[in-house]
Design a binder for this molecule. Structure first.
Ligand code: TMP
Length: 228
């Protein structure tokens, strides 16, 4: 499963990662790369069903362990159906959230700890690791305000994304734990995780992401040349 290149985007709700993923996709395609973009939870028929259940604010009393199990059910399906085949084909795969989200939100936010998340990842995802992860960490308050505004807008418009705000209803303490866990992951996996701090403009961040991606793709190409 290693012919392609696997890039994930991580961050708090409202961190702008989906916009940046779309920007990188366009940039890669303009360079002639074949790109598969997906997101978690979701991105498969089964995953979209799981996403509905997980994010709908009308879902009550979901236990933290059941939530954890659903995140991994979604991920296992996505790897089997989308990510695995795309990497096999040699695509650059862009995924909006992956296991770092589970470690940060369920491990940190829900206080289940990292151990159970990393164990499930090893068992259910074959230990698949991104080659590169962009972790967007803008100011906590501003990110949450942005996410809440976006959801209020889609609720009011009755758009298909409506009610996707079960997590945004969590309190500050929850998000602080998520943020701390993200920082812990970044320190532990500094070779993989590129942290983008602060509130740079969309274009500034886009440029930073494109530059680092280019560097990593060049490195990969030179390793491949060196292979027998
Ligand atoms: P998003 O698609 O807008 O980023 O929203 C997904 C929400 O699901 C977000 O609040 C984070 C949460 N989430 C987890 O709690 N654990 C996970 O493993 C993933 C992938 C997402």
């Amino acid at each position: 499963m290693s012919r392609g290149f696997f890039i994930t985007f991580e961050g708090l709700d409202g961190s702008g990662k989906s916009t940046q993923l779309a920007g990188l996709k366009a940039w890669l395609e303009a360079r002639g790369e074949s790109v598969t973009a997906t997101r978690q939870p979701g991105g498969t028929h089964i995953g979209d069903g799981i996403r509905g259940l997980l994010l709908d604010s009308r879902t009550h009393d979901l236990s933290p362990l059941a939530e954890l199990g659903l995140m991994f059910a979604d991920r296992a399906q996505s790897i089997a159906e989308v990510i695995g085949p795309a990497l096999e084909r040699g695509d650059v795969v862009l995924c909006d959230r992956f296991t770092d989200s589970t470690e940060a939100y369920q491990g940190g936010g829900r206080q289940l700890g990292s151990r159970i998340v990393l164990d499930l990842h090893a068992r259910l995802c074959g230990g698949l690791q991104p080659d590169l992860t962009f972790l967007l960490l803008p100011n906590l308050q501003r990110a949450l305000q942005r996410a809440r505004r976006r959801n209020a807008r889609s609720d009011a418009e009755g758009s298909p994304g409506a009610n996707e705000n079960r997590f945004e209803r969590e309190d500050q303490a929850f998000y602080r734990r998520v943020l701390n866990k993200y920082r812990e992951i970044a320190a532990r996996e500094s070779g993989r995780v590129a942290v983008i701090e602060g509130d740079g403009s969309i274009d500034e961040v886009r440029e930073q992401i494109a530059k680092l991606t280019e560097k990593r793709l060049r490195l990969r190409a030179s390793h491949e040349k060196g292979r027998p």
